[in-house]
Design a protein around this ligand. Structure first.
Ligand SMILES: [Zn+2]
Length: 350
């Protein structure tokens, strides 16, 4: 969605409340007091009221906005900014755009959104041809440095391990599916988009997880919850991949003396994704607290996996509308107590 469309659709708090009310109505639970499932809307209270026992459910109850004191339009505008930009967004930048004096509420809001993006991604398994590799992301040391001023330079850093899993598919399949979904002149558009282009593979969906170590049991656990059993997985044949063969349809370990060759020939996409994500985070954030790296990865993966919908003008598919829908059904585990002290803000703009 473009900025002018956002302002047109959501000129004020009332328009945001009205839209969010409509979204929430689609998934309201049965009344927790009496089990009835018909509600009326009480505008003055911004709450749904059970028609039978008059029990009220506030608009943001059991959503990512629960307990937030920020206006709904602040959330909406932030969701618009997050979904309009391909890279992981800085909370400092959003604070500036929102014209807000306080940084912590913006930080918290964005971390909560990143948290629910991760929850949403848990619903899906990767399938087909998979590339898998481990990567290192530069992060700050946290626990031992707690309360001390942050030291710059090599002594203040560490590398956090990230498992990166990439599913690749034919380019044409992706375009075809997308064009079918958006209901435009399929044949003409598809021909135009693929004219003169050879069918080639590209990345479809990705997942990234911060991992504590490279032990086989760790890798097994992550794969079990993120990859379909029918997948065929290509790896560099590291010892931590020793159980993949038993657990999945296929394992192609590419053991090569020259790692560059493996990257180029056998694991190209996983390395492109790693490079783009790591550079993107580094360009906007300084080295981040390793405790929060997973949340940044959530935002990157959620947006990457929906990148074809970023510029959709149809609210049915628009990325902003998708995020609002998720906001209405997931609560975040991030709390105020998670906010790091001032010296260790992980999210400063360079
Ligand atoms: Zn009731």
């Amino acid at each position: 969605m473009l900025l002018n469309q956002f302002h047109k659709r959501f000129p004020d708090e009332e328009s945001c409340i009205s839209y969010f009310k409509d979204i929430r109505e689609q998934s309201l639970p049965k009344c927790p007091k009496c089990g009835h499932d018909v509600y009326s809307w009480i505008p003055k209270k911004e709450a749904f009221e059970c028609k039978k026992c008059r029990h009220r459910i506030p608009l943001t109850k059991d959503t990512v906005m629960e307990h937030s004191k920020l206006p709904l339009r602040t959330w909406f505008y932030t969701m618009h900014l997050i979904t309009s930009i391909k890279q992981v967004l800085s909370a400092k930048e959003v604070q500036y755009q929102l014209g807000m004096e306080q940084y912590p509420p913006v930080w918290l809001m964005m971390m909560k959104l990143r948290s629910i993006m991760g929850k949403r991604e848990e619903m899906y398994l990767l399938n087909g041809k998979i590339e898998l590799d481990e990567a290192f992301f530069p992060t700050r040391v946290e626990e031992t440095e707690k309360g001390k001023p942050l030291r710059r330079g090599a002594g203040s850093q560490r590398q956090t391990k990230v498992l990166v899993i990439v599913e690749s598919k034919e380019v044409d399949e992706i375009l075809k599916e997308y064009l079918e979904k958006v209901q435009i002149d399929k044949t003409a558009a598809l021909e135009k988009k693929t004219k003169g282009r050879k069918t080639r593979k590209t990345v479809r969906y990705i997942k990234m997880f911060v991992i504590e170590n490279m032990e086989a049991s760790t890798i097994d656990q992550v794969l079990a919850k993120s990859v379909d059993k029918n997948a065929v997985i290509v790896t560099d044949g590291h010892a931590s991949h020793s159980h993949i063969k038993e657990n999945f349809a296929g394992h192609i370990p590419v053991v090569e003396y020259n790692p560059e060759k493996v990257v180029k020939n056998n694991l190209p996409w996983v390395h492109i994704v790693i490079g783009e994500c790591r550079n993107g985070i580094a360009a906007i954030h300084k080295k981040i607290d390793s405790r929060f790296l997973q949340l940044y990865l959530n935002e990157y993966c959620w947006k990457f996996n929906r990148r074809f919908f970023r510029d959709s003008s149809d609210p049915k598919y628009d990325l902003f509308d998708r995020l609002v829908k998720i906001a209405a059904i997931y609560t975040s585990d991030i709390k105020w107590r998670d906010y790091p002290n001032a010296e260790k803000d992980d999210d400063e703009v360079l």
